[in-house]
Ligand binder design. Structure first.
Ligand code: SF4
Ligand SMILES: [Zn+2]
Length: 280
């Protein structure tokens, strides 16, 4: 069995190949990554929009050292982080050594987890692995990958053994094609098939998995109900229901409202009926 340092050194080299020929998510942009012209428009350099001790994560993680990378593989119409999610060069570019130094400082300040977030952290997997390698055994808190989980098996393979806790979003329901919520609202073709397969894979690998489901107004039947139903097949998985949806000013239609209190109550009732392991 390789130790973590050896494993990370090998993974780093594999991951770096995606900076020139990217297959980290199902868009498979390939060489467009090198010129920052792929779907997410993240180039070879990772930008960090902000980092902080964050109290908004689940109780088991907080205070979390949250690192918000710029750029995202999704294009959710209701994104509240558009300022940096859709501007991949927003913020600062730092070296892995510089970020590692900040991680150690936040650890000393009381961080209980190291959370890689975005935008989405997927395009930044090479930089995340370099940072973890730089930290080595000086990191004493779990590494958390908080993502839309729209990934390829190759990307998940890079993370295997390097990430301690997966925090995937299972946001949209199973309706396929351009009219389905995952593609129509999130801009992710084959959303359900891709994301559920990725979640199944990390569960099968024995990792700790906390699945988040964001309640969206008007999406109980198409998204919340099937997502919770699907999760009931995985009794070991922890589930976090996010009920704080706030529509950004530019959003129109159903998604311009807040979530009805009745739908929040129905979601908790359904989760209880399905015996989901809810955490807050
Ligand atoms: S991570 Fe970005 S560049 Fe890489 S395949 Fe996905 S969208 Fe394309
Ligand atoms: Zn929906």
């Amino acid at each position: 069995m390789q130790d973590l340092t050896t494993r990370l050194a090998i993974r780093q080299a594999e991951a770096a190949a995606h900076l020139a020929d990217c297959h980290l998510c199902p868009f498979h942009c390939g060489p467009q990554r090198a010129t920052a012209t792929g779907v997410c428009r993240v180039g070879p350099v990772s930008y960090i929009a902000s980092e902080m001790l964050h109290l908004g994560e689940e109780e088991v993680l907080r205070p979390a050292h949250a690192i918000f990378f710029s750029g995202c593989t999704a294009t959710c119409t209701f994104c509240t982080a558009a300022r940096f999610a859709f501007r991949p060069t927003y913020g600062v570019a730092v070296t892995a050594a510089q970020l590692a130094a900040r991680v150690l400082r936040r650890q000393a300040e009381g961080a209980r987890s190291l959370c890689f977030i975005g935008g989405d952290p997927t395009p930044h997997i090479p930089f995340i692995l370099s940072t973890l390698a730089e930290l080595g055994s000086r990191r004493t808190v779990p590494a958390v990958f908080n993502s839309n989980f729209y990934l390829t098996p190759a990307a998940l393979g890079l993370l295997d053994g390097a990430i301690d806790i997966y925090l995937p979003d299972l946001k949209f329901g199973p309706a396929p094609g351009p009219a389905g919520c995952g593609e129509r609202i999130g801009g992710m073709p084959d959303y359900w098939a891709v994301v559920t397969a990725c979640i199944e894979r990390v569960i099968a690998a024995g990792a700790r998995v906390i699945v988040r489901h964001l309640l969206m107004p008007g999406h109980f039947d198409c998204c919340t109900q099937p997502a919770l139903q699907w999760l009931s097949a995985w009794p070991g998985v922890e589930v976090s229901l996010l009920t704080q949806y706030l529509p950004p000013a530019h959003v129109r239609g159903d998604l311009a409202q807040t979530v009805a209190a009745a739908d929040i109550a129905r979601a908790y009732e359904l989760a209880s009926h399905l015996r989901l392991r809810l955490i807050r």
